[in-house]
Design a protein around this ligand. Sequence first.
Ligand SMILES: NC(=O)c1ccc[n+]([C@@H]2O[C@H](COP(=O)([O-])OP(=O)(O)OC[C@H]3O[C@@H](n4cnc5c(N)ncnc54)[C@H](OP(=O)(O)O)[C@@H]3O)[C@@H](O)[C@H]2O)c1
Length: 277
Amino acid sequence: MKKMAIIGGGAMAEALISGMIVNQFIKSEDIWVTNRANQQRLQYLETDYSVNTSYDYSELFLGADIVILAVKPKDTAAVMERIRKYVTEEMLIVSVLAGISLKTIELLAGKSLAIARAMPNTSAAVGKSATAIAVNQRVTEKQLKTIQRLFETVGLATFVEEKQLDAVTGLSGSGPAYIYYLIEAMENSAREIGLEQQIAKELIVQTLIGAAEMVKSSAKSAKQLRLDVTSPGGTTEAGVQVLEDNEVQRAFISCIKAAAARSKTMGESLRLELKVH
Ligand SMILES: NC(=O)c1ccc[n+]([C@@H]2O[C@H](COP(=O)([O-])OP(=O)(O)OC[C@H]3O[C@@H](n4cnc5c(N)ncnc54)[C@H](OP(=O)(O)O)[C@@H]3O)[C@@H](O)[C@H]2O)c1
């Protein structure tokens, strides 16, 4: 890869920049970043990551073979209007814009382009994102490998059909927040049963990491692993029974379905707003 242009210099752009440089996907001097107006933020990215920054789009796009769109979905129209004359059919466009379809990007660009649409999550900031990616038919085999390697610099990367991205958003896109919610509950309970906050936090975090590792490395299902540690009349059974009585599993299922449904309606309203179909 020769050069990368990143439009948007916020949290997701920084996570990607950091992951790509640390994992030697691209050299910092080959990365060019711009944002809307926050010069201080660009200065910070230059200083901390040694990337180039510019508000001159001719300079930004000159010789770029990959363009990352990392602005908020509401800024899509303004950005596409601004970049359409600089984007060429040889460039690979990688979007992390939630809810903006491959077709919408192509229509707003006004030309046929190779586009990847990714749904990472906030754990990209620590290299542990679960990222699902959909691509359009113009993406070549070579570009597919590039896209996979790119998102593997911030965690796990897997390809899905575009229509599955709303489900992905509900499951893993918003997923970290569900786990934070669980941690919150565990921390609150620790206080109530008399455990010191710092000790409780360490125990909770390690418990989550350990359980996740068990699910990842074991051939057994999560359900089987749970049953294996639930002895009749024991402590785990007493606890899990309360979760069952309160239909917590059903609540989690409804939570994920609601987030996936919201992703779908948000995508539809963005399409209406952008006047593309
Ligand atoms: N953060 C996450 O964990 C996460 C997870 C999944 C997906 N995403 C997706 O990633 C995208 C970016 O999210 P974020 O959290 O990084 O947002 P953010 O921190 O708010 O950053 C947005 C960036 O876009 C820039 N921008 C806005 N309008 C622009 C324009 N017209 N031209 C050029 N740059 C412009 C902003 O510049 P100024 O500061 O100058 O306004 C800012 O640098 C979103 O679409 C989101 O859906 C994020």
